[in-house]
Design a protein around this ligand. Sequence first.
Ligand code: SIN
Length: 548
Amino acid sequence: MVPRYLVDFDLDQLVQVDTDVVVIGAGIAGLFTAIKASQTQNVILITKKSVMDSNTRYAQGGIAAVISDEDSPEFHLQDTLMAGAGLCSTDAVEVLVHEGPHGVNDLIKLGTQFDVENGEFALTKEGAHSQRRILHANGDATGFEIVRALSEQAVQNPRIDVWDDHFVIDVVSEDGECVGVLVQKPAGQRIFVRASATVLCSGGAGQLYRYTTNPEVATADGIAIAYRAGALVRDVEFVQFHPTALCYPGAPRFLISEALRGEGAVLRNIAGERFMDRYDPLMELAPRDIVARAIVSEMEATKSTFVYIDITHEPAEVIQHRFPTIYETCMKYGLDLTTDWIPVAPACHYMMGGVKTDLNGQTSVKRLYACGEVSSTGVHGANRLASNSLSEAIVFGRRIIESINQLPPLTHRPVIAVKQERVETLTQPIVEKRLKLQKIMLRYAGLVRSAEGLQKGHEELKRQHTIYDAVLTKKEEFEFANLLTCALLTTEAALIREESRGGHFREDFPERNDAEWRKHTLFQREQGILEENVTDDRLELVSTKTAD
Ligand code: SIN
């Protein structure tokens, strides 16, 4: 079994820092939550790198919210539920679509400048949206602009203490209640931050896969930390692959935004043929899982490692104005978006599942909250609608702080000492372990899965389990342990779910099976695997075997 804590410690021997709220992660969820909390509380915001290193920073397409008079919350709700393929919580989606515009206003008040055209917000469209409802900034640099504005606010705020380069090893709990976090400082010293509320905003898990649009920091830390603390982790078999990441020798899997297709870009196989008509009537704007699998199928049929995205029909100045980041990045590799077809392939992009929360971001562990990609609020179901994630972070971030404001302060000093026999020595370099895990996940738990492959992948991952019996000291070791936990849960959940739905496709069960599978998979460290019915929210224990 994955241990409760990754390292031994004795709170009596550690330096203790007290605060009201500790926020882990500095993407949109972390920054926004910290700023909101600071109106009434003292906050420590911990980031393992810096406030400019998060998934949010790379978000291009934008933020979905009902702004236009032609749009309505009902349309946004329908599109989200449709993309979520029967697994969304309608209540959570209602919250998102009704409170999203308010959240966008909050971002504007905090200094975010969204693009404006003819005096109105410029709204774009992405796959599976029936309306233009996506706000963007500096063309295709929406995430960067949001992080710029929010981080400026956070670092100047006297009630927010920003700790860069600090690593949260675990949340600490006593009698089922979270009492703070165990943190490793840049020079290796460990301290205990005691807090009345802990908010996980640590982002996603893109580094589970060899090819990802996510930065290096997306190592599933929050999911693994919450799982070790006994929180319910839900739907981690649902991983979204973005259809179009740059696929060029020497280049990173840089995101080529869906907004390109929203503005009319088409996909072509290496023979130059447009192919989406053979896969879905919505063509290039079909849901992401359909487009991604169509691309893989064309790559296989043409024995190629990529297809092309083509926006060359648009005037050069329009492309350069609307997609400056993509244009400049492609140019670095000698690819001119205005005249060239750009080689692209799918890459892991977003974890739909995560730490289960209620409508106030509260996890199943008292005083522990989760916000943003790390959470499973019920908004995304089996497949996230493009650009819903930034809105989700601000809407639920605000609710989390309203809930935290009602909490009685933590008054007592917890007494916890952990001593476990840790006898393993790490022989293989951690970087090799990580690469191996990423290859296993891509091969067996990628876009197309099967029982045979998942079983094999899961068994191979289990061989790495010895990491939990070793003395871990470095950030990279903690990250690997976290990735391994999430990989084990993802492969196990994918194995259990004998159907295809949203981001989870099983070639041995290619159909969606609502009669048996309109339910969530959940893991709890001690109870094992649970299921949750979508309609009545009841938990039902189906197995007591442990998840790993
Ligand atoms: C994109 O710009 O294509 C990504 C937007 C998203 O993932 O929500």
